[in-house]
Design a binder for this molecule. Structure first.
Ligand code: PMP
Length: 285
């Protein structure tokens, strides 16, 4: 993906795609001092764009890393990239990190904080799973405690176990992996939140030790507008057996039904399909 035409925004200006490089002594590369956003643009408009920019700024703050651009400047950078590449429908990636500088150790107060925005065309995150239901593995890793790491930051360091879990899942023919949290409760997938249905009511884990996704919040709102009862609560793994439907939510994943988690199976039911369609309508409206 590095060798192609196009433009990427870096530190205030558009540069050629192939020239969007960083130095090997970049602090973020060595110590994971990096935060990012994943957004989707539909028909020329980024869904919940300002919320994503605000979350990026907040992720930086949670890492004691002040991003040197305002929300307005981040907004402009994103649309400049979409325009420069001529895209109306694209995935947008904003990333901010501690750069290379005088500090070579863990501390980085003398190094600049840098930012880049790239965008590319990205179709369905789970391939044909939207129709059939995705198959999930269960990760051997746990989402960490809020006392271990700033769990509400969308920060690179939190994704190390996501990559490992996703590779293990793919090796078993699964699309993704479900994490339990540090207490043993159901948490989220490697890049998406999770919902369950039982007897017409919806259950989703409390977002108290992982990202409270913008898609998650949107889907809860859509459900409540339809007078569906939504329980945000701790969900024990033993409960998986009793749920009838399941889906994942995320900017890249959108709303993707789940057909299987480990040995448990779920139907791609009416509520999963309805909410997936409503979300699609909303983001394009
Ligand atoms: N959890 C993780 C670990 C994620 O990477 C994502 C995707 N950003 C989500 C949840 C869902 O967040 P959102 O709906 O804001 O994309």
């Amino acid at each position: 993906y590095d060798d192609r035409d196009g433009k990427i925004w870096m530190d205030g200006k558009l540069v050629d795609w192939r020239a969007a490089n960083v130095h090997i002594l970049t602090h973020g590369l060595h110590y994971a001092s990096s935060v990012f956003e994943g957004e989707r643009c539909y028909n020329g408009k980024i869904f919940e764009s300002v919320k994503h920019s605000e979350r990026l700024k907040n992720s930086g703050k949670l890492l004691d890393m002040e991003i040197p651009y305002s929300v307005e400047e981040i907004e402009k950078a994103k649309y400049d990239v979409l325009k420069a590449n001529g895209w109306d429908d694209a995935y947008v990636r904003v990333v901010a990190w501690r750069g290379a500088g005088e500090d070579m150790g863990v501390a980085s107060s003398r190094n600049p904080v840098r930012m880049a925005v790239a965008a590319w065309e990205w179709g369905a995150y789970y391939g044909d799973a939207k129709m059939k239901g995705a198959k999930l593995d269960i990760s051997k890793w746990k989402r960490p405690s809020p006392e271990t790491i700033p769990v509400h930051a969308k920060a690179a360091g939190l994704y190390m176990i996501c990559t490992m879990s996703k590779h293990a899942a793919e090796a078993k023919g699964c699309s993704d992996s479900l994490f339990m949290d540090y207490r043993g409760y159901v948490a989220e997938a490697t890049g998406a939140n999770i919902f369950f249905v039982r007897d017409g009511e919806v259950h989703t884990p409390d977002a108290d030790c992982f990202l409270n996704g913008i898609t998650r919040q949107t889907v809860i709102r859509l459900l409540k507008e339809r007078n569906v009862t939504v329980h945000e609560r701790r969900i024990a793994p033993e409960e998986l057996e009793g749920f009838e439907q399941c889906w994942l939510t995320g900017t890249a994943a959108e709303v993707t039904p789940v057909g299987q988690i480990g040995d448990y199976t779920f139907e791609v039911g009416q509520m999963a399909r309805d909410i997936s369609e409503s979300y699609e309508k909303l983001v394009r409206s």
